[in-house]
Design a protein around this ligand. Structure first.
Ligand code: PCP
Length: 504
């Protein structure tokens, strides 16, 4: 997952983009970038690092214009190449910039077509560069002078026919405006909103509604699956359903972990969904162990706090913030490399001895993925004097890779794959492990729908069920995917080793 933003304003847009990216920083800490257009020139600044580090004052001064897009990158295995950070830019037709969240699943075929048939050059291994070039090719097919909405949507139809997978994207067309578009399943989130000023209306598109809230934009709607919205520089907006909307299956992991709790995604409150997850988990605990001996419920901060609070209230058991998170350490799940993740757990979290000594502690986490965090924390809590350590996951067992842009790629890395709860408990050193059921997770999220028609029949939930919503995700595809990932990790490690030798 990544975070994307785009805006058209009546003043310099750079600060709004910077602020919005800072707000969606939790969606990616690896790289950041902004591209703006002032009608004459397109300016791009991007690189590896946090928003505040990549976009310093000197860079901000260069980012001129009232229209722009921005990106924060969440890394996937082995991708620390600053050239793969976004936005991407191509100069023809018009001058196009693109930011993309998600992952295409037919990148190989698209790459071959782009090179062989469309005679385009790709300079990185990024599927987002592929997406931009597909868009550029389709636009060039229809472009004649000033771009009219009809031609644009015609081109976008061509894009939708060629591209498969997950994509929420914002395109900047120099001299024309912004285009927001989202895959026909609506897997990754994308919203837009309006800010009224005395100079006229301003628009922002973003991965999460919180970016709009914080900057004074009023949420208008989610970009619909298969839709493209053209925000013209003159303030006109055109919406068009470019391809038949398939079953709307938003990513379930957004509600579990990825999104900030104060966001509303597809008209479902993330905060309320997490409260529901806690309540549902409490019900399962009471069902399995009506006579449980839990003395205290402690969340593994930050994401699980809300679920843990609801769980403790439902169980009527004391809630304690007995684990403290170092606010200067980021989200470890979205850090590249297993070694880095393991080391960061101890630096990130610490146990308050007085809250757990001699007690039966129920730790609550939003999810257990590789088990790195849970293993370290269980040990930490034991070292702090807990009598028994139980571990509850607000999500079901994560057993399958994600091919739509979240770094959960190979089964062997997943602690729950092929294991019972007892085996997992032994592996992470806990006295008892309990997971949410998938039906209960669905019910919890749907209970947070802000209207009846927002309820979702099927989520993109393959990490829990192994059922992929797009076609072509066969065992062969997944095996190839895993192989590619291993190769990428190897080559990234090799280049790190070379750097060590050179520096050493
Ligand atoms: C992540 C999540 C679980 C961890 C990682 C699961 O925490 O909340 O605690 O991953 P693992 O099983 O592979 O260790 P963070 O990324 O630190 O995010 P946050 O603080 O937002 O909960």
């Amino acid at each position: 997952m990544c975070g994307i933003v785009g805006a058209i304003t009546h003043r310099r847009v750079n600060q709004d983009l910077f602020d919005a990216l800072t707000i969606v920083q939790h969606r990616g800490q690896d790289a950041a970038g902004i591209l703006t257009s002032d009608g004459r020139r397109v300016t791009l600044r991007k690189g590896n690092g946090l928003v505040r580090d990549v976009l310093q004052q000197k860079h901000m001064l260069d980012l001129k214009g009232k229209i722009g897009i921005g990106h924060v990158r969440y890394p996937t295995a082995g991708s620390d190449n600053p050239n793969e950070s976004q936005p991407f830019y191509v100069n023809s037709p018009y001058g196009l910039g693109l930011v993309h969240n998600g992952n295409l699943i037919n990148t190989e075929e698209l790459t071959a077509d782009l090179i062989k048939d469309d005679l385009r050059h790709l300079n990185t291994g990024s599927d987002s560069e592929v997406l931009l070039n597909i868009v550029a090719h389709e636009l060039a097919r229809v472009a004649q002078g000033t771009l009219k909405p009809k031609s644009l949507f015609n081109a976008m139809k061509g894009v939708y026919q060629r591209v498969q997978g997950a994509f929420a994207a914002i395109l900047l067309i120099h001299g024309h405006g912004l285009v927001a578009f989202r895959d026909p399943h609506g897997i990754r989130p994308l919203v837009y909103g309006k800010r009224v000023t005395n100079k006229g209306d301003e628009y922002m598109v973003a991965s999460e509604s919180i970016a709009l809230d914080a900057l004074g934009f009023k949420l208008i709607a989610d970009v619909a699956p298969g839709e493209a919205i053209f925000f013209e520089e003159n303030g006109e907006i055109h919406r068009h359903q470019c391809i038949k909307q398939l079953e709307h299956t938003p990513c379930i992991f957004e509600y579990v972990y990825l999104a900030r709790p104060d966001s509303v995604i597809d008209n479902i409150s993330v905060y309320k969904a997490r409260l529901g997850m806690g309540k549902a988990l409490a019900a399962k605990i009471l069902h399995q162990r009506p006579q449980h001996d839990i003395d205290v419920v402690i969340p593994v901060p930050d994401t699980s706090r809300i679920a843990a609070l609801a769980l403790s209230q439902s169980l009527n058991v004391h809630y304690s913030e007995g684990m403290v998170k170092n606010r200067y350490i980021g989200r470890t799940f979205i850090m590249p490399g297993q070694e880095l993740r393991r080391n960061s757990v101890r630096l990130k979290l610490n146990a308050i001895r007085q809250e757990m000594v001699g007690k039966n502690v129920l730790l609550v986490d939003d999810s257990i993925v590789r088990g790195t965090t849970s293993r370290e924390i269980v040990q930490m809590v034991r070292d702090a004097g807990a009598h028994k350590v139980y571990f509850a996951s607000a999500a079901p067992k994560v057993c399958y890779p994600n091919v739509y842009g979240i770094d959960i790629p190979t089964q062997n890395e997943l602690v729950a794959y092929g294991k019972t709860e007892e085996e997992i408990a032994r592996l992470i050193g806990a006295d008892w492990v309990i997971y949410q059921d998938i039906d209960a997770l669905y019910a919890a999220i749907n209970s947070a729908a802000l209207s009846d028609d927002a309820k979702i029949k099927r989520f993109e939930d393959a990490v829990f069920t192994g059922n992929y919503v797009t076609e072509n995700i066969t065992p062969e595809y997944l095996a190839k995917w895993a192989k590619k990932r291993r190769e990428k990790i190897k080559s990234a490690q090799a280049s790190e080793d070379i750097q060590d030798v050179m520096q050493g």
